[in-house]
Design a protein around this ligand. Structure first.
Ligand SMILES: *Cc1c(COP(=O)(O)O)cnc(C)c1O
Length: 368
C-alpha cells in the first residue's frame, strides 16, 4: 500500500520508556522501578484531584462537556483572560498539531532550534512544510532572526521556553524584542510546558500569556497539565491567544477531544496551588543536589529552569550505554542520542529516587 510521501521522512517520537517495559524485560518489581525519563511530577497528582476523579468514575458513560466551560473558566481566572482566548487539547501536543495544520504547508516553512521538542519536527513533516533549524544548539534569537530575514515564507516559529531537552530558558525581554521584528503573518508559538518551573526560579523568565497576546497579534502561548500539575496520564493542555487565532484552531479540534475524567482532573488541579508550590520548592531543592553531584564528579551540565537536568558526557563515555545499564537496574532516564547529543536527561525525582540514581550512575559511570 502507498502512503503519503510526507510519512517517509518521519521518525516515530521516542517516548520515555514505561515502567511496564522494565518490569517485563528485567523482571524488576514495579515498586522498585524509578522513572526519571518523562518529566512527570514524581509526587503524583494532588490528592484533591484524585478524590474528585474517583467521585465521577460512574460518569464514564457520558461524553464530556464539549464547551469545557468549567475548565476554561478556571483558566480565564488564572490568567485573567477571556473564554474565547483559550483552546483545550489532548495535551498541548494536540494544539501543536492544530497550529501546524492551520498554518504550515508544502509552500511555506517553519523555524525551530536545532535541539528542541521533537514533536515540532514530526508534525511539521506530516504536512510537507520545509523545516529550518538553527545551527546553535539552544535558542539563539540572533540566529533565529538572521534565518528569518534571509529565508522567505517562514510561517511558524517555535520557541520552547524553557527548552526541552536542554533546560535552558530565554529571557522575557529578549523574546519581546524578537517578536517585534517578526511579520504579522508569522505565528510565534511559545511553548510554556515548563514555565511554572522557570518563573519559580527566576522572575526574569516569567511570561504572562495575557501580556503577550495584548502586545502581539501573532503569538500563541501553550501550557500543559502534564508536568507541574502531575496529570501526564490525563492528557490535557491549553493554548492562549487572540480570538482570531483561537477560533481558527478550534475548527480543527475534534469534538470531545479530552475525556470526562481528564476534564475533571484539570479543573481540580487548578485549584490546588499549594500542591504545586510544594512540588516546585522540592524540585529545585533536589536540583541543587544534582548540580553538586555533577560538579563533584566533573560532569558538565546545563543550568536548568525545568524539572529535569541534562548531563553532557565526555567523549569517552557513551550516553546509550549508560542509559541501558541504568535501565537494567530499574532506573529509567532519557538518552539524548536521538537528538544527536552524547548526553542524558534526568527528571528530578523524589529525594530517595535521586539518591538511588546518584549511587547507580556513579558505579556505571566510573566503570565504563
Ligand atoms: C511535555 C511537553 C509538552 C506537552 O506535553 P502534553 O503532555 O502533550 O501536554 C509540550 N512541550 C514540551 C516542550 C514538553 O516537554
Amino acid at each position: 500500500m502507498k502512503f503519503n510521501e510526507e510519512l517517509k521522512g518521519i521518525k516515530n517520537y521516542s517516548a520515555g520508556k514505561p515502567i511496564e517495559l522494565v518490569v517485563r524485560e528485567f523482571g524488576i518489581k514495579p515498586k522498585d522501578v524509578i522513572k526519571l525519563a518523562s518529566n512527570e511530577n514524581p509526587y503524583g497528582s494532588s490528592p484533591k484531584v484524585v478524590e474528585a476523579v474517583r467521585n465521577i468514575c460512574d460518569k464514564m458513560n457520558l461524553y464530556p462537556d464539549d464547551s469545557m466551560y468549567e475548565l476554561k473558566d478556571g483558566l480565564t481566572k488564572r490568567f485573567n483572560i477571556e473564554e474565547d482566548n483559550v483552546i483545550i487539547g489532548a495535551g498541548s501536543d494536540q494544539i501543536l498539531e492544530f497550529i501546524i495544520r492551520a498554518k504550515a504547508n508544502k509552500n511555506n516553512k517553519v523555524l525551530m532550534a536545532k535541539t528542541t521538542f521533537a514533536i515540532y519536527d514530526i508534525y511539521s513533516r506530516s504536512v510537507g512544510t520545509t523545516i529550518l533549524k538553527t545551527t546553535s544548539e539552544g535558542h539563539n534569537l540572533e540566529e533565529f532572526l538572521d534565518i528569518y530575514k534571509k529565508e522567505k515564507k517562514i510561517k511558524i516559529i517555535f520557541l520552547c521556553v524553557p527548552n526541552n531537552p536542554t533546560g535552558e530558558c530565554l529571557n522575557k525581554n529578549d523574546i519581546y524584542e524578537f517578536i517585534k521584528k517578526i511579520d504579522q503573518d508569522t505565528l510565534i508559538v511559545i511553548d510554556g510546558a515548563y514555565q511554572e518551573f522557570a518563573s519559580f526560579k527566576d522572575k526574569e523568565k516569567e511570561l504572562y500569556p495575557k501580556d503577550l497576546i495584548n502586545n502581539f497579534s501573532n503569538v500563541i502561548y501553550l501550557g500543559t497539565f502534564s508536568k507541574v500539575y502531575g496529570l501526564g496520564g490525563m492528557r490535557v493542555g491549553y493554548g492562549i491567544s487572540n480570538k482570531e487565532i483561537i477560533s481558527n484552531l478550534t475548527k480543527l479540534r475534534p469534538p470531545f477531544n479530552i475525556t470526562t475524567l481528564s476534564l475533571k482532573a484539570a479543573i481540580e488541579a487548578l485549584k490546588d496551588e499549594d500542591f504545586i508550590y510544594k512540588y516546585l520548592e522540592n524540585s529545585f531543592k533536589e536540583m541543587k543536589r544534582y548540580e553538586e553531584f555533577a560538579i563533584q564528579n566533573k560532569i558538565k551540565f546545563i543550568p536548568s529552569y525545568t524539572n529535569f537536568i541534562t548531563f553532557l558526557l565526555k567523549n569517552n563515555k557513551n550516553s546509550t550505554k549508560i542509559s541501558n545499564s541504568l535501565l537494567k537496574k530499574g532506573i529509567i532516564i532519557r538518552d539524548l542520542d536521538a537528538y544527536g547529543l552524547n548526553a542524558i536527561r534526568i527528571t528530578i525525582g523524589k529525594k530517595e529516587e535521586n539518591s538511588k540514581f546518584f549511587t547507580n550512575f556513579l558505579q556505571i559511570y566510573n566503570a565504563g
